[in-house]
Design a protein around this ligand. Structure first.
Ligand code: NAP
Length: 508
């Protein structure tokens, strides 16, 4: 166990090996504990960080992958050396419980280690070789070799809802560094102290490994023009983002409107529908209702994979499911949300959905400032079809039951959905036929389709997909969790008739 307390943030940016004091400042707004003063980011700092990242790419982009694996493992050591301080400042800033911060730190270091192991194996390079055929008629074939190469400096936006695993040293940063791409992080202003201490850990690892300091920079939040300058900077080659549909869409459009458009890998909104088939509903409707309530309220519902919608058949089994969910949700006390802004956006979203035609409130929370308790609403499929806004995410612990009269109507609800990170089917053996009819629809809607589970809790592994059609993500070919996420920061380069003596070491 480390003993790294107390941690008092210095409030500066990290630009290419220097801690830089800003000219203006903002105060953090922790859920509890003292507020601290942080430097506000500026476009001038974006310029400095991007120039340094490009310089760093000249060496880092050609570094041996074993060296990068050691770098990732050194970041793990430096994060673990600050473990207690990370938990303390993280819980203060986010209002999340200490157990969550400890668990998220575990996930963050596991992720870094996973990428270290992944690049050591080398299969991510996807090397292919078509040897020359000088005698081929009518024309000889040249020698052709291809492999994945890093794209250059990458911008990462820290997410508000995962202060560690989707922030400064989270999955976007880990996968980009593993690929050989320097990273410029725009920290989220909801947890600047947590960002700072994790940046200190990366900073220390950069020094210990003797890397170019431009490999990593952190610009603290506070101003919108930092984000816009970052995605428009000519040296930035791609962007990783987790956040709102409106913010993500604005940044995505800026990337597309550049003189040289770049990919924007945004993970935006998802309501993660669950479909309860009649066999499952009859067999264990109440248990599914209780499980749903637990999944829906985990972390005050602030998970991108929160299962916000349950589609159920009308009838006594459906009512038993709803009643069990209502009973369990009613036991959940008010929870602290990540920021006052997110709490007020939740209340506005809840009120918007509750005001929809035919929507009934089964459980209404009272919430104020940064706190909220769960809400449960119900609507018929016919009213759902009439109001597209009912399918929009209310980021927080809100469940909406959509009642259908037939399996045909259930499939129509599935067809009406926008892109999702996940879709879940609750089924028994007797439901096999309707499942076979539902699955092809859901495959086109979601990045991950689950049977008999709950989508919160995203495994970090080789086979994970955390993405999906828009608006779940802005690039349906990509995932932001798991080893496949490294593909976002790579592109294939073909070497034709290139002598071995000059080829990249990885290709030989
Ligand atoms: P956000 O408002 O989209 O902000 C995310 C990041 O993008 C922040 O760094 C923000 O900078 C920046 N940004 C947003 N709009 C921008 C713009 N127009 N130009 C330049 N930069 C911009 O998301 P959030 O603060 O994390 O949470 C707000 C809402 O997002 C939540 O209520 C929820 O609806 C949604 N959300 C969804 C997920 C998900 O996984 N689906 C996760 C988190 C949040 P500033 O901090 O400087 O504003």
């Amino acid at each position: 166990m480390s003993n790294d307390l107390p941690f008092i943030p210095h409030g500066r940016h990290f630009i290419a090996g220097e801690r830089i004091e800003g000219q203006t400042h903002f105060q953090s707004a922790p859920a509890d504990g003292p507020a601290h003063t942080f430097s506000v980011g500026t476009p001038a700092l974006v310029e400095d960080a991007c120039q340094a990242a490009e310089e760093a790419f000249r060496s880092f982009g050609h570094s041996w992958r074993e060296d990068r694996a050691v770098f990732l493992e050194t970041i793990v050591e430096e994060i673990e050396a600050r473990a207690e301080s990370i938990t303390e400042i993280g819980t203060q800033e986010t209002g999340l419980p200490a157990t969550r911060l400890v668990g998220e730190r575990g996930r963050t270091v596991t992720q870094l280690q996973l990428f270290a192991d992944h690049i050591r194996r080398g299969d991510y390079l996807d090397r292919r070789h078509d040897p020359s055929q000088p005698e081929r008629k009518p024309a000889p074939r040249p020698d052709l070799r291809v492999m994945q190469r890093p794209i250059g400096p990458v911008a990462v936006f820290g997410a508000s809802n995962f202060p560690l695993a989707f922030s400064v040293a989270g999955g976007d940063t880990a996968s980009a560094l593993a690929a050989g791409c320097p990273v410029v992080v725009k920290g989220h202003s909801a947890h600047p102290g947590t960002s700072e201490i994790v940046a200190e850990a990366i900073f220390a690892a950069v020094r210990r490994c003797g890397l170019h300091p431009g490999v990593f920079s952190l610009i603290q939040g506070g101003r919108r023009d930092v984000g816009t300058a970052l995605v428009q900077h000519p040296l930035i080659r791609a962007v990783g983002f987790t956040g709102s549909i409106s913010g993500g869409r604005a940044l995505f459009d800026l990337c597309a409107a550049r003189r040289d458009p770049i990919p924007f890998f945004g993970e935006l909104g998802s309501v993660n529908p669950m479909f309860l088939l009649p066999g499952a509903l009859a067999e264990r409707g109440e248990a599914i209702g209780a499980g749903w309530a637990a999944s829906l309220t985990m972390g005050a519902g602030q998970f991108c994979t929160n299962p916000g919608i349950a589609v159920v058949m009308r009838g006594p089994d459906g009512e038993a499911f709803v009643e069990a969910a209502r009973r369990e949700l009613g036991k959940i006390e008010s929870q602290v949300m990540l920021t006052e802004g997110i709490a007020s956006a939740y209340r506005a979203g809840r009120d918007r959905i509750a005001a929809g035609t035919g929507v009934r409130s089964l459980l209404t929370s009272t919430c104020d400032l940064r706190n909220t308790a769960p809400d449960l609403l119900q609507v018929s499929a016919q009213d759902w079809f009439r109001d597209e806004a009912l399918a929009e995410e209310a980021f927080g612990p809100l469940g909406l039951v959509v009642t259908v009269d037939s399996l045909d109507e259930m499939r129509d609800v599935a067809r009406s959905l926008q892109g999702q990170l996940t879709a879940t089917i609750h089924m028994e053996e007797v439901d096999s036929k309707p499942v076979r009819e539902l699955l092809p629809i859901l495959e086109r809607k979601a990045g991950r389709v689950l049977a008999n589970g709950f989508p919160t809790g995203v495994e970090v592994c080789d086979a994970m997909v955390h993405g999906g059609p828009y608006p779940a993500s802005t690039n349906f070919g990509a995932t932001s969790v798991g080893t496949l996420s490294i593909r976002r920061w790579l592109r294939p380069v073909c070497y034709q008739d290139m002598p071995d003596s000059v080829l990249p070491r990885d290709l030989l």
